[in-house]
Write a protein that binds this ligand. Structure first.
Ligand code: MLT
Length: 404
């Protein structure tokens, strides 16, 4: 009999955002007259900026002419995009990252999920708690996480680093020794941002114990404060212990277009093996590259016009974040995040669990958020709201929450 990968059977429930999507669809079907405002999944709502649209149109035209038509993209990405990323995102900030250390892909979700494939089956991962579910679930699928305890909602072979109000949602160095450390800053879901000295501590720690940091910087564009690093490579020694993931989804509104990249420095080695070579091999074998037209759109993000237009777009979402943060605070809620991040992390009122508050808010306020417990046990009694709605809907949602 054909055997399935039984690790999949160990996964409790479905993917968090699928569960929420189903609940909201069922609610809307039962109450077609109610206007439901969705501040759950971090999905953007503003249209692509004109510089990106122009680049897309022109690349489509190129594809329609024999002399400029392109077939398969280079599997690691087009040089024009890798070069501009290396220059503007890294070299301009003093990080010595070169174009050939950048791997273009169709998004950070896939890359953060797939990267674990290049590591051995018996390594131990450490994750923040709460955490973006993809990091843990992809390791469950690979059979690395041990057994699941329904009571504590934890995996026996995962090291959890609680991020709570007491530590300002900043993980402490783990007591047990991990091999892979997943960090995401600005953080999804808590919205917390790490300072450069704090991140340097993590880099020093990883170098000391020989661990690799998987650094998810998908929300980098929302950083406003000066002491918050935009890249882990701003820290000394990070080139030899860290992989960084970036996304065009939240900084350029590409959630539907799909584009991201991963940086694997050439000197990053495990047991003498360069991870760059392994990731290149994986990419070459399993991936045919992001579409040419999308990579041209990505290039436009770095043009002077693209940058100016996107600054406005990000300012729009930041305004939403500030509105949610201040509105909830005024209403007496305990809130954090929202400053260097599009996510606002709030405590549920009374003794409500995260899912109880989800149901209550959906039914009484017709507002959708994300239950904190969906991100891990330390997220229980917390709730995440995103700033990616329209301003009008954001204002209405906050007013509805205030009126509950
Ligand atoms: C989220 O809401 O956490 C994100 O949008 C999910 C994602 O980027 O995959």
């Amino acid at each position: 009999m054909v055997q399935v990968n039984e690790n999949y059977l160990k996964l409790p429930g479905s993917y968090l955002f699928s569960t929420i999507g189903k609940k909201v669809s069922a609610y809307s079907a039962a109450h077609p007259d109610r206007k439901v405002i969705r501040l759950g999944i971090g999905d953007v709502t503003l249209p692509l900026v004109p510089a990106v649209i122009e680049a897309l149109h022109s690349a489509v035209d190129e594809m329609g002419r024999a002399e400029s038509f392109r077939g398969y993209a280079p599997d690691l990405g087009y040089e024009f995009l890798r070069e501009i990323i290396a220059r503007q995102d890294y070299q301009a900030r003093g990080c010595g990252i070169s174009a050939d250390e950048i791997f273009i892909s169709d998004g950070a979700k896939c890359d953060t999920g797939n990267i674990q494939e290049i590591f051995g089956p018996n390594i131990r991962i450490a994750v923040c708690d709460p955490v973006y579910p993809v990091y843990v679930d992809s390791n469950v699928m690979a059979g690395r996480t041990g057994s699941y305890d329904r009571e504590s909602e934890t995996w026996s072979n995962v090291i959890y680093m609680p991020c709570t109000e007491e530590n300002q949602f900043m993980p402490g160095l783990p007591k047990e020794t991990p091999d892979l450390i997943y960090l995401c800053f600005p953080n999804n879901p808590t919205g917390a941002a790490v300072t450069k000295p704090k991140l340097q501590e993590w880099v020093d720690y990883a170098m000391k114990i020989g661990a690799v940091i998987l650094y998810d910087a998908a929300y980098e564009a929302y950083i406003q404060e000066d002491d918050v690093p935009h890249s882990i490579y701003e820290c000394r020694g990070a080139r030899s212990c860290a992989i960084e993931f970036r996304s065009f989804s939240k900084n350029a509104g590409f959630t539907g277009l799909r584009l991201g990249f991963t940086v694997v420095p050439k000197e990053l080695k495990c047991g003498g093996v360069a991870l760059h070579a392994l990731w290149a091999r994986r990419h070459g074998t399993k991936y045919n590259g992001a579409p040419y037209i999308v990579q041209r759109a990505g290039e436009a993000v770095y043009s002077p016009a693209g940058k100016a237009q996107l600054q406005e777009q990000i300012a729009y979402y930041r305004k939403n974040a500030a509105y949610i943060f201040n509105g909830l605070k005024e209403a007496g809620y305990t809130v954090s995040g929202g400053v260097n991040s599009p996510y606002i992390w709030m405590k549920t009122p009374g003794r409500m669990t995260s899912w109880e508050f989800f149901d209550y808010l959906l039914e009484k306020g017709n507002v959708v958020g994300t239950p904190g417990s969906g991100f891990g046990p330390s997220g229980e009694r917390y709730f995440r709201l995103t700033a990616f709605g329209s301003y009008e809907n954001t204002v209405e949602a906050v007013d509805r929450i205030k009126a509950l």
